[in-house]
Ligand binder design. Structure first.
Ligand code: T1G
Length: 686
């Protein structure tokens, strides 16, 4: 027997144990011995039933994603499941941890599934730009019905063992010794006697399907797909389960899978899966982590309150400091309201809300931060204010406490230098709303100690954030590249594009919204304040702000908004303003197509990323992709700006940047050497 699969006989019940750390992925070196073991046990009279279990922290978490794109080695998962369904004796999957993708599909090949109460089960393939390719789109609907299966498969969201039992694809939920209870369950099934019907032959839940309702549900999901192919393929495969005989539906699933797995979108999404995990890895695995048990947050405004919630959501006690009792009360009231909204939406129980609120302690006295292990400030974005705060922290924080700034732009080295402990200082740049957005830029200052970085990277994971370590420069990685992406926005308007034409070029590309809609959402006054602080101007945006048109919050900005609506409506006065400014500046207007919009916004975005790589502000190109997908909504089907540059053709990007550089002379269009090298070699890193 191989080291990845072992077989034991527990008084007549065969127990097949898969052991392939870290997540028991169904790699080839698991599939082959697993197939052989099941084939032998099928006809083994000494085995009256078969239990499939896993060693380690989880049941099979899926096919081995690293094998995709390589020649398939038999036996494939579908052959194992087909073999399972020829076994007449009871087969039981004993599930703990996360039974995901091919792992759940393997379990669906068994007659029965039993699970530890804390287990989660799901088919997340859609998040990799795929669909369940091991029969999940044909078997799951047979147990839970087509509508429930469609929702699970298109969302890719796992469910708890209890939910799975209620839905009909787990037969028993256990506490305590899962294997012992799975063996007992198998014995009970043997005692009950067969025949034991394989899932493929269970059609009762399918027969009741309302196809019209299913199609309406699928159409609504398709509307939200935003150009992604996998959700549509998932819906088609589940529909086939309803309308086609099992084997035809299974064959159709295979064809849909093969098309997706070789496509750019799945390659992009699989790139992001590994990129997120790579970004979180820091040199020096054996670095000592510092103890983090209590968090201090300075500032209870939008950012501070959101950051405080992010830590409380991770179960950490928070001391929230404000300058006055009134400001503190307002901040805590906002936090309470935010949790109340989650409860009303059903995404949080009232009990959990009370538990989280119980983690907060309010104060207006810095001395109350003395017992905190990490203190982060989210005060006004002004260097003098930040330095004053860090001077106070230096005086009261316990030795070894980590001191973090949430600055979006400012020089973290300068902030660190305002303390006697620069080795304990770094940036933690959260994205608003901080309790929702996944991205956390961890800003490594020149003197930040390695174990401080490692401690904060672990802490980020603990609170469910996707962390990327970045270096110090104006705007770090995300905001610096955002400036490059937006540098041409007004020029495009003055030269002839309307705001909604630019935004449509972005949404057609796959962005959730374009830059002008985003500006109206965030508030034009934020950019206005930043520009004034840096002595910069934007002829159109500044005029809108001078008119008090800040976007949605004033119901006028780049667009008009009806009362109570977020729907952007073209504003003839804005278009007249643009024309007037163009005339004032003597800028001739012309038709501007979507391609030009992309070339003058997203190509500079990639180019700035290349410069960031050259300067060492980002450790790897894939880190930049992680920043842009998790912090700014870069379409996942394109893998992030640096991955997309490969899809778009770096040679073309260089050539078009040179064209616009020649035409405008603007630096954002001058191709970075790293981009030229990428165009020549196809690799960002040497
Ligand atoms: N294949 C290969 N490696 C995997 C893997 C997988 N399926 N899942 C995780 N890893 C690696 C990961 O890269 C990391 O490696 C280590 O395991 C720990 O992962 C036919 C086609 C299970 C919830 O999509 O969601 O089945 O960085 O850091 O936070 O229909 O891993 O240590 O070198 O994420 O505790 C479907 C993907 C596959 C599940 C655990 N399954 N994995 O989270 O650890 S496609 C998935 C996860 C499929 C079938 C289809 C998570 C996790 P390293 P980790 P974690």
């Amino acid at each position: 027997m191989s080291s990845s699969v072992s077989v034991a006989n527990e008084n007549g019940i065969a127990v097949v144990t898969i052991d392939n750390p870290p997540v028991n992925a169904l790699s080839f070196h698991v599939r082959k011995p697993l197939y052989e073991a099941l084939a032998a046990l099928r006809d083994d009279p000494a085995a009256s039933a078969i239990v499939i279990a896993c060693a380690g922290r989880t049941f099979v978490a899926g096919a081995d994603i690293t094998e995709f794109g390589k020649p398939l080695q038999q036996p494939e998962l579908r052959a194992i499941i087909a073999l399972l369904e020829t076994i007449a004796k009871p087969t039981v999957a004993a599930i703990h941890g996360t039974a995901l993708g091919g792992g759940l599909e393997l379990a669906l090949g068994c007659h029965f599934r039993v699970a530890d109460r804390s287990a989660k089960l799901g088919l997340p393939e859609v998040k990799l730009g795929l669909l369940p390719g091991g029969g999940g789109t044909v078997r799951l609907p047979r147990l839970v019905g087509a509508a429930k299966a469609l929702g699970m498969i298109v969302s890719g969201t796992p469910v708890s063992a209890g939910e799975a039992k209620a839905a009909g694809f787990v037969d028993a939920v256990f506490d305590g010794d899962l294997l012992a209870q799975a063996i007992r369950f198998a014995n009970e099934m043997v005692a009950q006697g067969g025949p034991f019907v394989p899932v493929r032959d269970r059609n009762d839940r399918l027969a009741a399907t309302d196809l019209a309702a299913f199609d309406a549900q699928a159409a609504e999901l398709a509307r939200k797909a935003r150009g992604l192919e996998a959700p549509l393929a998932c819906a088609e495969a589940v529909r086939n389960a309803i309308t086609l005989p099992f084997d035809e539906a299974l064959a159709a699933e295979r064809q849909l899978f093969l098309k997706l797995v070789s496509g750019d979108q799945s390659r992009a999404q699989r790139h992001l899966f590994f990129a997120e995990r790579e970004a979180a890895k820091l040199p020096g695995k054996d670095l000592q982590r510092r103890r983090i048990e209590r968090i201090g947050v300075i500032g209870a405004g939008t950012m501070g309150g959101g950051i405080a919630m992010a830590f409380a959501n991770g179960g950490l006690p928070v001391t929230l400091l404000e300058t006055s009792e009134e400001a503190l009360r307002r901040g805590l009231a906002t936090i309470d309201k935010n949790y109340a909204v989650s409860v009303s939406r059903g995404s949080l129980t009232d009990e959990a809300k009370q538990k989280r609120l119980g983690l907060f302690k309010g104060s207006t006295d810095y001395a109350d931060l003395a017992d905190c292990d990490l203190i982060i400030e989210a005060v006004f974005e002004d260097m003098a204010v930040k330095k004053e705060v860090f001077g106070k922290l230096d005086a009261i924080a316990r030795p070894g406490a980590i001191l973090a700034t949430n600055t979006s732009y400012l020089d973290v080295d300068a902030i660190a230098a305002s303390t006697s402990r620069p080795q304990d200082v770094l940036g933690m740049h959260f994205f608003s709303p901080a309790n929702v957005m996944k991205l956390l830029e961890i800003v490594r200052a020149e003197k930040t100690a390695p174990e401080v970085l490692a401690t904060v990277a672990d802490l980020a994971r603990r609170i469910g954030k996707v962390a990327v370590v970045v270096g110090v420069c104006h705007g770090f990685v995300g905001n610096r590249m955002l400036s490059a992406r937006g540098a041409e926005n007004e020029a495009l308007l003055l030269e002839g594009a309307a705001p909604d034409e630019v935004d449509k070029a972005f949404t057609d590309f796959g962005w959730p919204m374009g830059p002008f809609q985003m500006g109206d959402l965030a508030g034009l006054d934020i950019g206005w304040r930043n520009r004034k602080a840096r002595g910069q101007t934007a002829v159109i945006a500044d005029t809108l702000c001078e008119q008090g048109h800040f976007g949605q919050k004033t119901r006028r900005g780049w667009y008009r908004y009806e009362s109570g609506s977020r729907e952007p409506l073209s504003d003839s006065e804005v278009e007249a303003l643009i024309r007037a400014k163009a005339a004032e500046l003597g800028i001739p207007r012309r038709e501007i197509g979507a391609d030009e919009v992309i070339e003058r916004t997203l190509y500079p975005l990639v180019n700035e990323g290349a410069k960031i790589l050259e300067e060492g502000i980002a450790a790897r190109a894939s880190d930049i992709d992680v920043v842009w997908v998790n912090g700014y909504g870069f379409p996942i089907g394109k893998g992030g700006p640096m991955f997309w540059a490969g899809l778009e053709g770096a040679g073309r990007i260089v050539e078009r940047l040179e064209h616009w550089h020649g035409r405008t002379g603007r630096a954002i269009f001058e191709p970075a050497p790293a981009l030229r090298r990428f165009a020549e070699t196809g690799a960002w890193e040497s």
